[in-house]
Write a new protein. Structure first.
Length: 293
């Protein structure tokens, strides 16, 4: 059984789902999952970060998000130090769509974690020492606010954390490394596809939203996701079907109708093609994973 960490164990203040955990050093840590997300800022040394079946060497300056649903941990540590900022992603709700305006936000916080295995973590953010210092300074200020609990510390620590997220997101957009350039160009489009999982999208609509030529869009999608935009959207839709099958009693016909499929046979065929199972078998077997993206 993989250990699932609970929010109660790690957040000291139920009104502030934000905590800075200095890991100096980060010791080997067994595979685990959790509800909260983690913003990991590697400040020194190196080590292996494992997630799912993948293993990545991480080192100083690396900055990445862990969405707690996937089992992960650390191993083969050599002087690895990091700041693990744990937070509830709902914290972003209070600022509406302001973060969404930064392309790098979609890339860094939503899609790089999900597409990490496709390009072997080539799209991670890595900061040079001068910028890392700036970031670590911000992290320390957040930490102090939470620790000292002066008047208004909830507000101040959230504001500083949002500043950090804004800074890193911008930094992601403006990076010159190829993997990051590619992902920031399509991250907003990926979010658009996900926000429209409950209906069919034509390539025309996707192109119009994307503002890229068809050949550029196809090339960037293949490279970053392994699929064409239409295929990727289809997979996101099937993933959504999986979620609804798991979390509701709706019939297959109802689900097909809700998600805008022409008919339920058509949905079932697509479901089979993507997952290798029928919707009903999928529902019966809780050990089956969500459709891969
Ligand atoms: C560990 C490690 C894990 C994190 C826990 C809270 O040291 O950083 O990833 O989930 O702390
Ligand atoms: Ni974790």
């Amino acid at each position: 059984m993989i250990n699932r960490l609970t929010n109660n164990e790690f957040f000291s203040d139920p009104r502030l789902y934000l905590e800075v955990l200095p890991r100096t050093p980060q010791i080997p840590y067994p595979r685990h999952t959790h509800d909260f997300s983690e913003l990991v800022i590697v400040s020194g040394g190196e080590g292996i970060h494992f997630i799912g079946d993948e293993e990545y060497l991480i080192r100083s300056g690396d900055i990445f998000i862990i969405q707690g649903e996937r089992a992960h941990g650390y191993d083969h540590i050599e002087g690895l130090t990091l700041y693990n900022i744990i937070f509830d992603p709902d914290l972003f709700n209070s600022i509406g769509e302001d973060l969404d305006e930064i392309r790098g936000y979609h890339a860094l916080f939503k899609w790089e974690p999900r597409l990490r295995s496709v390009n072997n973590f080539e799209s991670r953010l890595r900061l040079p020492p001068s910028e890392l210092d700036y970031v670590l300074n911000l992290v320390e200020n957040i930490e102090k606010e939470i620790e000292k609990k002066r008047e208004g510390y909830r507000l101040m620590s959230k504001v500083l954390f949002l500043e950090l997220c804004g800074f890193l997101s911008r930094r992601y957009t403006h990076s010159s490394r190829q993997g990051l350039v590619d992902l920031s160009r399509i991250a907003g489009i990926l979010t658009f596809l996900e926000n429209n999982v409950n209906r069919f999208l034509s390539i025309g609509e996707i192109l119009e939203m994307a503002g890229l030529s068809e050949s550029t869009l196809q090339r960037l999608f293949r490279k970053t996701t392994g699929f064409s935009p239409m295929e990727y959207h289809k997979r996101l839709r099937i993933r959504k079907v999986c979620e609804v099958l798991r979390h509701s009693d709706k019939t297959v016909t109802e689900i097909a109708y809700d998600l805008g499929y022409q008919d339920s046979n058509y949905m079932t065929r697509q479901f089979r093609a993507v997952t290798g199972h029928t919707p009903l078998n999928y529902r019966k077997d809780p050990s089956l994973p969500l459709a891969a993206e």
